[in-house]
Each structure stands twice: as C-alpha cells, then as structure tokens.
Write a protein that binds this ligand. Structure first.
Ligand SMILES: [Mg+2]
Length: 179
C-alpha cells in the first residue's frame, strides 16, 4: 500500500529541456543524454550559473503536470515535490516561484535534496525520469515509476497517470486515464 508519493520536478512537472531551448535559443535533439552542458561544449559546473531564478520560475509545465497532480492529490494521503536542484539560491527561489504560480498548495511540500533515496521505504512511490534515482529508490524497497523523457529519446504518447496507477496498484477512473 502506497502512502507517500514523491514527484520529481524537472521533466515530470517542469519542462527543463524546453526551458533550456528557449533560454539559449537552440534545439536540443531527443536522446541527447542528461548532460545538457555537453551540448554547449561546457561543463554543468559552469553552465548552471547561467540558469538563474528567472530561468527556473518561467519553465513551461509538462503537458501532463496539471492532470497528474490533480489525480495524485485526490488518490494519495501525502504527495510531495522532490527535486535534486543544485544548492544555489536562484535555482531554489525560482522553483518556489514556479510552484507558487502553478501548484501553490505544494509550496510547503517541496523537498530539495540530491539524496532522494533516503526517503524511500516500502510505502513510498517515486515518480522520476532519472534512472539512477529510480534504481536507488528501489534498492530501499520503494516503488519507482521511471518516466520517459527527451533526455533518453522521444516520449511518444506516454500516459503517466496510467503508469503510476499500475505501479501503485490503484484503479484509474477511465476519464482521467485517457486524458
Ligand atoms: Mg527529473
């Protein structure tokens, strides 16, 4: 039985890749890989300081973000946003502003850590696009739904609610599952 659900932000709720494309006026090809800095011939340790509060606060939503959060809120006891942002004030402030715009009820349910697996246990479910996070979560007996994302390749018509419902062993109302 799942009691606590932890939702990753980038590429699950916020479209980081489209944000990067807009910010730098480039097109990042699907399947490029997680290290976006490589695309600009730089390192993440340099690039990350170009991504400021304005960048994070204006990221577009993922197409399923609204319906996913609405369904999760209704279905599960506790839902949190779990993001492995850099410990850089602009990134964290920007994410708080973003949450205030799109999901204000989750502003005080934001957890920022690069050590997501520490929250895993058998009654928890993680929704995340980054394979190492999912793997570490499962190693601590948590359930993880690995969401496809453009880092890895084309996403297609993925139904995230259906995937989460299946992993959690709950039924999706027909209307929601096809949204
Ligand atoms: Mg992510």
């Amino acid at each position: 039985m799942i009691h606590d659900v932890f939702v990753d932000a980038d590429m699950v709720l916020a479209d980081f890749i489209t944000g990067v494309e807009r910010h730098f006026n480039v097109t990042v090809p699907d399947g490029f890989g997680y290290d976006v800095a490589r695309y600009f011939d730089r390192t993440w340790d340099v690039l990350k300081y170009d991504l400021d509060e304005e960048f994070y606060s204006s990221l577009p939503k993922m197409p399923w973000a609204q319906s996913l959060m609405k369904w999760l809120t209704h279905e599960f006891d506790n839902v949190y946003i779990l993001t492995s942002l850099e410990p850089i004030a602009g990134h964290i402030n920007g994410r708080l502003i973003w949450l205030g715009i799109w999901f204000p009820e989750y502003m005080d349910k934001l957890i920022v850590t690069k050590h997501k697996h520490l929250l895993a246990r058998s009654t928890t479910l993680l929704i995340d696009d980054y394979p190492p996070h999912c793997k570490a979560w499962r190693a601590r007996r948590g359930t993880a739904v690995e969401v496809p994302s453009r880092w890895k390749g084309p996403v297609g018509d993925y139904n995230i609610i259906e995937a989460v419902a299946q992993a959690a062993g709950v039924t999706v109302p027909h209307k929601l599952g096809t949204e």
